[in-house]
Design a binder for this molecule. Structure first.
Ligand code: ZN
Length: 328
């Protein structure tokens, strides 16, 4: 099932088994000699079958097919290596996430070792780390093999048919997240930079401090552009991009204050702070969360703590291999 969401731009809904997001949007932008596929789905049969069925329905398996990856996460890049093995296919991505895709495809789940070790220092229980590392599709269903990636820089333009797609660097969700803007028509292929339901997260990556602050700066850089339609990586396409970005920021700022208030005058790791923060938001108990939800919630809490730290409102102290935060 494919849907033409703008003239010459088709949305394919790709299943993501065993994930909270459930589906990914892959988009096909029609060109004259070649077409461009934006994002791919997981390296799992359910994603693969749906992607190839969509491409076949659109007649895009014959002729030139290039690929643009908005970012390195497995639900977006999982099938890139096998698609890249087709003759004369070019895979494009921003330099930082493109390099990460190459490493992820070469190393497999070992790529995530630094992230898992880092989250252990933020208090993530060993059992949770083990469960996530061995079962979560984001960790185990990435691209596999040798893959060449052509790096695209901020401002570069990719042309497919009527569409001139300008690459915008919008880090935060990942360190090198990229989006494509059709300036002529005001269409933003946003990946996970902004989503319809404001659930965009800023997951932890080692040595990339304050990813939430980085995300805020990306919002600032895109907010005043003329965007009439957002084609997100998950969920329904939507208009009114500026209002959505403002709401997204306001929600994050509110949660920053919640985080500081709930931290109170105790010292806590991100993993210790997360259950309290999330119980107060959702009503349901922490124990009812699936392991993957706990994993992302702890990383999200960490992103808030690091933003508060960057604002000079909390400080961290490391003791016995654990990093704890307290209000100043
Ligand atoms: Zn993502």
């Amino acid at each position: 099932m494919t849907e033409e969401v703008a003239p010459g731009v088709h949305r394919m809904e790709i299943p993501l088994p065993r994930t909270a997001l459930r589906t990914l949007n892959a988009y096909l932008v029609r060109g004259t000699a070649r077409n461009l596929l934006v994002d791919t789905g997981l390296n799992m049969p359910e994603s693969r079958d749906a992607l190839y069925a969509g491409l076949a329905e659109l007649g895009a398996l014959e002729g030139g097919l290039d690929i643009f990856l908005t970012h390195m996460h497995a639900d977006h890049s999982g099938l890139a290596a096998e698609l890249a093995a087709r003759p004369e296919t070019t895979v494009y991505a921003g330099a930082e996430d493109g390099a990460a895709v190459i490493r992820l495809a070469a190393e497999g789940p070992a790529f995530w070792r630094g992230t898992l070790d880092g989250m252990a220092r933020h208090g993530c229980p060993e059992s949770l780390l083990h469960t996530v590392a061995t079962t979560h599709p984001g960790m185990i269903a990435g691209p596999v093999g040798d893959i060449a990636v052509s790096f695209v820089n901020e401002g570069d333009v990719l042309r497919y048919g009527a569409a001139a797609l300008r690459m915008l660097l919008v880090p935060g969700h990942t360190p090198g997240h990229a989006a494509l803007l059709d300036e002529e028509r005001g269409i933003l292929l946003s990946g996970d930079f902004v989503l319809a339901d404001a659930s965009t997260t800023t997951p932890y990556r080692p040595n990339i401090p304050d990813s939430l602050g980085v995300f805020f700066r990306s919002l600032d850089s895109v907010r005043d552009r003329d965007i009439r339609l957002v084609l997100p990586g998950h969920g329904r396409p939507f208009g009114n991009a500026r209002a959505r970005m403002d709401a997204l920021r306001a929600g994050r700022v509110r949660k920053l204050e919640d985080t500081l208030r709930l931290l109170g005058n105790r010292e806590a790791t991100a993993a210790e702070a997360a259950p309290q923060l999330h119980r107060s938001r959702s009503g349901g108990g922490w124990e009812s969360y699936m392991p993957a939800q706990q994993w992302f919630a702890i990383q999200d809490t960490l992103a808030f703590l690091e933003r508060l730290e960057a604002e000079g409102r909390v400080v961290r102290a490391e003791k016995d291999g654990l990093i704890r935060f307290r209000a100043v």
